[in-house]
Design a protein around this ligand. Structure first.
Ligand SMILES: NC(=O)c1ccc[n+]([C@@H]2O[C@H](COP(=O)([O-])OP(=O)(O)OC[C@H]3O[C@@H](n4cnc5c(N)ncnc54)[C@H](O)[C@@H]3O)[C@@H](O)[C@H]2O)c1
Length: 262
């Protein structure tokens, strides 16, 4: 997969899967537009990339706020007329049980994880249309199809929504040659999951994965780059599970799920 001469915009680029995707795309020659709400982390990322001689533009944004996304895309348009690949990776989790999930929590998780991906894709369409790559990869989750282990109902609902967004956008934007796909990662060791689990939880999860371990962020990044590359030129509207076989398993520890929330 060669990304030489391509511009890749990654939301959530400051951490975890987005960070790994930015690094993997840069190693293949891409120029990176790094979008994140964590401005300090973006500064560190910029310093790291500059030291490695790689071009990375810092684009601070709150993807839950459409005006902020519009301003971020305008800033990108001042740097480059075209974006070849958009990776929507920014996201958050919430951990409440169903009956104690507040309206605030529900709306916050939906607005970042679902509306945020919609705003970024919608605002980025004009730049994608004039790019050569014309690809979008949304980071959904195994929770899109099942139930989140780390998050709560709002997270599961938002991630299920990402698959609807992916299908519909793929259908409409096909006329512009823009492909839209989603990845559904299983458990990936990142700040998000480290903060939400104990050492014991992590061992339990690893034991449930048929391939025997948590995923590395780079395992997901490689699949994202495949879907975003010309190698996938006739693939659109689909989802790719990257979960070490976890979706094949029929049973998990319901008790551990409850215990983690009490
Ligand atoms: N880690 C997992 O096990 C896992 C599994 C399936 C799906 N996912 C999904 O992968 C994506 C990345 O998760 P991660 O594990 O790398 O998490 P992470 O916490 O390591 O990184 C998320 C990044 O998104 C940024 N972000 C959060 N809210 C934002 C906002 N409103 N505006 C701009 N940036 C914002 C954060 O600052 C952070 O840099 C998320 O969409 C998550 O739901 C993660």
């Amino acid at each position: 997969m060669d990304f030489n001469g391509m511009t890749v915009a990654v939301t959530g680029a400051a951490s975890g899967i987005g960070h790994a995707t930015a690094i993997a795309a840069a190693r293949r020659g891409a120029r990176i537009m790094a979008l994140d709400r964590d401005a300090d982390a973006l500064e560190r990322l910029h310093a790291q990339f500059t030291a490695d001689g790689v071009t990375l533009e810092r684009v601070p944004v709150d993807i839950a706020d459409e005006a902020s996304v519009r301003a971020a895309v305008e800033a990108i348009a001042r740097i480059t007329p075209a974006v070849d690949l958009l990776v929507n990776s920014a996201g958050i989790v919430s951990r409440g049980l169903f009956e104690t999930t507040t309206t605030d929590e529900w709306e916050r998780v939906l607005s970042v994880n679902l509306s945020g991906s919609f705003y970024c894709l919608k605002q980025m369409v004009p730049l994608l249309k004039v790019g050569n790559g014309r690809a979008v990869v949304n980071v959904a989750s195994l929770a899109s199809k099942r139930v989140s282990y780390t998050g709560g109902v709002a997270y599961t609902a938002a991630k299920a929504g990402i698959l609807g967004l992916t299908r519909h956008a793929a259908f409409e934007l096909a006329g512009d040659g823009i492909r839209v796909n989603a990845v559904c990662p299983g458990p990936v060791l990142t700040a998000m999951t480290k903060n939400a689990t104990s050492e014991e939880d992590r061992k339990t999860v690893a034991a449930m994965v048929p391939l025997g371990d948590w995923l590395d962020p780079d395992d997901v990044a490689q699949a994202i780059l495949f879907l975003g590359s010309p190698a996938a030129r006739m693939i659109t509207g689909t989802t790719l599970d990257i979960d070490g076989g976890l979706s094949l398993v029929t049973g998990s520890s319901y008790e551990a799920y409850r215990r983690a929330r009490q």
